[in-house]
Design a protein around this ligand. Structure first.
Ligand code: PLP
Length: 286
């Protein structure tokens, strides 16, 4: 069975799917995206992902390409046509196609919409969570509006590639004050020696991860204390546990930072419990 992509109103063979060379996403990174987990064929936290999409579009003054319920139909249909049981669905909306010019197109052009879906090996992810992953740290060099989920991800690409080349899974950006902001595609957390869950506030400097938001509810159920306060690399190294979160990783233990072990170098009980409970708290539509 070949994969299928949705491109501007049509479901096409993935290998042949394409957008115009003057799509503003392609030329300027002028677009936004969402990645939603698919579990047992159903989308996880669709409502929250759509809310964030609407916010990202509003911040960039790109109009919503179609009503949200229609977008939901496209997402589900793409999942169905690709027979994804466990995996994720990717949605990208750009300002559309226009003659290359930095200014917004006048008259306005329709936004471009692309949706793809992909399977993941759930067993492999679970195995990774049992082992934990390594991260490296890199200087924060992204723009000021990382709260918008834009497709302009070059610093993230370079940071994650550096991580891979160093034998790590993720790169944590560290700001000028020495505080960890977030990972290249994940939010960053520690569990302090007092058992407090700590993550940076989402008002500035990070993307407000949907998984991060849900994790607050999971933590509440586990009666864990949460503190929204940035931490330094030294504080992370002194922590009991560390982990990262995203729709594709859920809570993933971090066992090494820049080659130094955290919590004895193996995953701890808090991240394991957060991971176990996550999907009973997340919204999963019927
Ligand atoms: N931070 C960044 C930079 C990301 O790219 C992502 C996800 O792609 C996240 C955090 C986690 O967000 P979510 O939990 O919504 O997947």
């Amino acid at each position: 069975m070949s994969r299928v992509a949705y491109v501007n109103g049509l479901y096409v063979v993935h290998a042949d799917a394409g957008v115009h060379v003057e799509d503003r996403g392609y030329q300027f990174g002028d677009g936004v995206y969402e990645v939603c987990e698919v579990r047992a064929g159903r989308m996880v936290d669709e409502r929250r992902h759509m809310e964030r999409l609407v916010r990202s579009l509003r911040e960039l003054r790109i109009r919503l390409p179609m009503p949200l319920h229609a977008l939901g139909v496209v997402l589900r249909e793409t999942v169905r046509r690709n027979r994804v049981r466990d995996g994720f669905v990717y949605l990208q909306v750009t300002r559309g196609v226009a003659r290359r010019d930095h200014y917004f197109p006048v008259p306005e052009v329709p936004p471009s919409v692309v949706v793809t879906a992909r399977r993941v090996d759930a067993a492999k992810n679970e195995a990774l969570a049992i082992e934990g992953v390594a991260v490296i740290t890199v200087p924060e060099n992204r723009w000021d509006r990382v709260d918008i989920k834009t497709v302009g991800l070059l610093p993230n690409v370079l940071a994650k590639q550096a991580a891979r080349e160093a034998g790590a899974r993720e790169a944590w950006f560290v700001d000028a004050d020495g505080h960890v902001t977030e990972g290249g595609s994940t939010n960053a957390w520690i569990v302090t020696q007092d058992g407090v869950l700590r993550t940076r506030p989402a008002e500035h400097g990070i993307l407000r991860g949907i998984t991060r938001t849900v994790m607050f509810e999971v933590a509440e159920q586990l009666q864990l204390r949460i503190e929204e306060r940035a931490f330094t690399v030294a504080e992370a190294l002194a922590a009991r546990e560390a982990f990262l979160s995203s729709a594709t990783t859920i809570a993933m233990p971090v066992v090494r930072i820049d080659g130094q072990p955290i919590g004895g170098g193996s995953p701890g009980p808090v991240v394991r419990k957060l991971r176990e409970l996550f999907h009973s708290v997340a919204e999963i539509a019927r």
